[in-house]
Design a protein. Sequence first.
Length: 124
Amino acid sequence: MNVDHQKLEITTRKDGDIIVIEPRGRATLGENSELLDRELQRLAAEGWKKMLVDLSGLIQIDSSGISALVRQCTGLTRKGGSLRLVCPAGRVRDALSVTRLLEAIPTFNTLAAALGSFKTSAAQ
């Protein structure tokens, strides 16, 4: 398998009223970022308003993958929902930092912190 074109795999699981999306591989131009975008759109269409995308399994993200996250964040916010990210230090976090996405979408180093942030915001 050519590592440069590694297929993106996405798993999802529920944690109460939060859907946790775990992409693994590369969220880059073409089929991979389209797959991420379609999966996020599908979950929103199912009615999920609290989405947590755990980017820990990504080895690379480019502008097309970032666009999918921004589109989903914007759509959820308009519907009264929210998107949170888990993104530890590394290449993916660097890409999000350069594009200033870390300032626009709540981003956490760990899954526990991100899940806890939903509970904190609900209590306010």
